[in-house]
Design a protein around this ligand. Structure first.
Ligand SMILES: Cc1cc2nc3c(=O)[nH]c(=O)nc-3n(C[C@H](O)[C@H](O)[C@H](O)COP(=O)(O)O)c2cc1C
Length: 195
């Protein structure tokens, strides 16, 4: 029942590197989301999951869990590093573990990219936007591309760049606003009329 229920945000972390910058960006987004007591965050961290390439037998149950989380999500946030001019393979692994036709259909998805280069993570974000649109997701406007990421976060994960911080906060707020205004009222109306 969505009327008075929690907003479920599923996050997908796109890096499995130790002390990765994607997780630092995601932590800021999570902190912002956590200010809202009605938000429940479910983190998909490929480093903690046993996911296989499509067609490879795997009895771990992790792919099923990922599918369940995406299916139940009101919104999704994906944070990807820029690797060789695109998004990371672990994100593709998560996406390719989703059932086909994909459960992303009509899900609002917000995108964050991190890159050590000065051009930022524009390509990973654009490639992700293309794939997610193909999957039927509603990719949110205003993705955050973080350039020169090694100078943006310190070892502790503190954000040293006010503009980046503001953009990450805005991304979180915009996604929640979109879900509250656009999705929840229609779900509530549907349930009200059925009841
Ligand atoms: C395999 C690999 C490829 C990379 N390719 C690019 C690239 O094309 N452009 C760029 O700006 N940085 C590139 N980088 C640097 C990463 O963007 C940078 O290390 C960033 O911190 C990675 O995010 P992560 O710390 O979350 O893994 C690459 C790093 C790796 C490991």
């Amino acid at each position: 029942m969505k009327v008075n229920g929690m907003i479920r945000i599923v996050t997908i972390l796109g890096s499995v590197r130790q002390n990765n910058n994607s997780a630092k960006a995601l932590a800021i987004v999570n902190a912002e989301l956590n200010k809202n007591p009605n938000v429940k965050i479910i983190g998909i961290n490929p480093a903690e999951l046993n996911l296989s390439l499509p067609g490879i037998k795997n009895n771990s149950g992790d792919a099923k869990w990922v599918n369940e989380q995406i299916k139940a999500a009101d919104g999704v946030i994906i944070v990807s590093p820029e690797y060789h001019g695109s998004y990371s393979s672990v994100i593709k692994l998560v996406l390719d573990n989703l059932n086909f036709p994909a459960l992303m259909k009509e899900k609002p998805v917000a995108l964050v990219g991190v890159a050590s280069g000065q051009i930022g993570a524009v390509k990973s974000i654009e490639h992700l936007r293309s794939v997610l649109s193909h999957m039927g997701a509603m990719v949110m406007p205003g993705p955050v591309s973080i350039a020169n990421v090694d100078k943006v976060f310190n070892e502790n994960g503190d954000c040293l760049n006010d503009l980046v911080l503001k953009r990450l906060v805005n991304l979180s707020e915009n996604l929640l606003r979109f879900i509250k205004r656009s999705l929840l009222p229609s779900i509530s109306f549907e349930q009200l009329s059925r009841n």
